[in-house]
Design a protein around this ligand. Structure first.
Ligand SMILES: Cc1cc2nc3c(=O)[nH]c(=O)nc-3n(C[C@H](O)[C@H](O)[C@H](O)COP(=O)(O)OP(=O)(O)OC[C@H]3O[C@@H](n4cnc5c(N)ncnc54)[C@H](O)[C@@H]3O)c2cc1C
Length: 395
């Protein structure tokens, strides 16, 4: 990719990982006139019609704007998008709560599998500039001053001016490129399931910090106010115990700990579990190699930023590469900008998670104090709300 080369005839960039970020990046590059080839370990059929995975993604206004530009937003069915108007935070069994609300919406909740599906559809629409390869697991990486090459599991070797790894927070490519990564294992797991409930959710999320675990309820259901996604954050040993229960006994446990906030509960889908590990790469780019999505920044889900960050980074990377200047300089600007976008919130999120999962008495007192302070200090509340919506805080 030199300045003189016609970008559409340039050799394609290689994107390793056809997750929601890798596919969105391919679309954004195509819209900037740059061809790419997406290498995905799973079969293509799994990208076209991804199975439900329990994750409900809270999108910020900035994330939505990027999806709208891509046409992906327009591909979502109305019943797949649920408005999040308010969020209430409860500390233990206390009845009073801290309320976050914005003028309009805090964000919109969309199932992860729907986001994956529309990202794939967008890539298919741009077939002239996006080549999709399924069952293409990358096993080896070579980096040189003018380009790079990868080797697939079947031995095929592919050369390219640039490799972008969007291969998850446990990125093998990041390791092959020799980029160190900070990993914070919270020693906890998150369990997810869709639950029908007797009382309406009123489009509000509930975040309840209990002794030893947190229970969050995310409103879903399109026009039905009686469906939410339960997000249970549990110490690893309790998670394993609960995972071993059948659906009826698991639901009994949930009902017993839900403090009747939503009335009678009914399990409305499969249960899922993920380990909670946050990751932050020491560098986002190196020579002819860049990291995107969770491979760059893997967030704890509590502040709902992971995929949003992936979209911001993909948009920035496509914009920088679309300038058609020096590739290394474009990558350096991308790396610097993405660090600016993410670092503070990454560190802040981890601090909040530690505070709200520490069961020692001083931490319990401190979080009570933090919630009280946020309640009494409207500017602090506005700042947190602006972070949730990714809108500038106003007075
Ligand atoms: C419980 C939970 C709730 C969340 N809630 C939110 C939220 O509310 N808001 C938000 O913004 N984010 C949220 N997130 C984060 C969000 O889901 C992730 O940030 C997002 O899925 C990352 O997308 P990605 O494309 O970077 O990676 P992934 O989705 O992990 O995709 C990586 C892809 O790379 C492929 N791959 C891996 N290795 C190779 C290889 N060697 N060769 C070829 N292909 C390979 C994999 O098969 C996979 O398809 C949540 C996450 C969890 C776990």
């Amino acid at each position: 990719m030199s300045r003189s080369q016609d970008p559409a005839s340039a050799p394609p960039l290689l994107i390793v990982g056809g997750g929601p970020v890798g596919l969105s990046l391919a679309c954004l590059l195509a819209d900037a006139g740059l061809p790419s080839r997406v290498l995905e370990a799973q079969p293509l059929a799994a990208l076209a019609d991804p199975p439900e995975d329990g994750r409900e993604i809270a999108l910020t206004q900035r994330g939505i704007a990027i999806l709208q530009r891509l046409g992906a937003w327009q591909d979502l069915a109305p019943e797949e998008c649920h408005p999040l108007r308010r969020a209430r935070v409860f500390n233990g069994a206390q009845a009073d709560s801290l309320l976050f609300e914005a003028g309009s919406e805090l964000g919109t909740l969309v199932p992860n599998h729907a986001l994956r599906r529309v990202a794939h559809a967008g890539a298919r629409r741009r077939a002239e500039l996006v080549e999709l390869r399924g069952e293409a697991r990358v096993m080896a990486l070579e980096l040189g001053p003018e380009g790079a090459a990868v080797t697939l599991a079947d031995g095929e070797r592919l050369q390219t001016p640039l490799v972008v790894a969007a291969d998850s927070r446990f990125s093998a490519l990041r390791r092959l490129a020799g980029i160190p990564c900070e990993m914070l294992d919270f020693g906890r797991s998150v369990q997810l399931a869709r639950i029908e409930h007797e009382r309406p959710h009123e489009d509000q999320a509930l975040e309840c910090f209990h002794h030893g675990h947190t229970m969050a309820w995310l409103p879903l259901g399109g026009r039905s106010p009686h469906l939410s996604s339960l997000v249970l954050t549990l110490p690893a040993d309790l998670a394993e115990t609960l995972r071993g229960l059948d659906d009826a006994r698991w639901l009994d446990w949930v009902q017993a700990h839900a403090q009747g906030r939503l009335g009678r509960l009914r399990l409305a889908g499969p249960r899922h579990q993920y380990p909670l590990v946050a990751t932050y790469a020491q560098r986002f780019a190196s020579g002819r190699f860049a990291l995107a999505g969770d491979a760059a920044v893997g967030m704890h889900p509590v502040t709902a930023h992971g995929y949003n960050f992936g979209l911001y980074g993909a948009a920035r990377l496509a914009e920088e590469l679309g300038r058609r200047g020096n590739v290394e300089q474009a990558l350096a600007r991308y790396a610097e900008g993405h660090r600016r976008d993410t670092q503070l919130i990454y560190r802040g999120t981890n601090t909040v998670v530690k505070l709200f999962t520490d069961e020692r008495a001083p931490a319990r007192l401190l979080r009570r104090g933090v919630l009280d302070l946020a309640q009494r200090l409207p500017p602090l509340k506005r700042l947190i709300t602006a972070q949730l919506t990714a809108r500038p805080a106003s007075n």
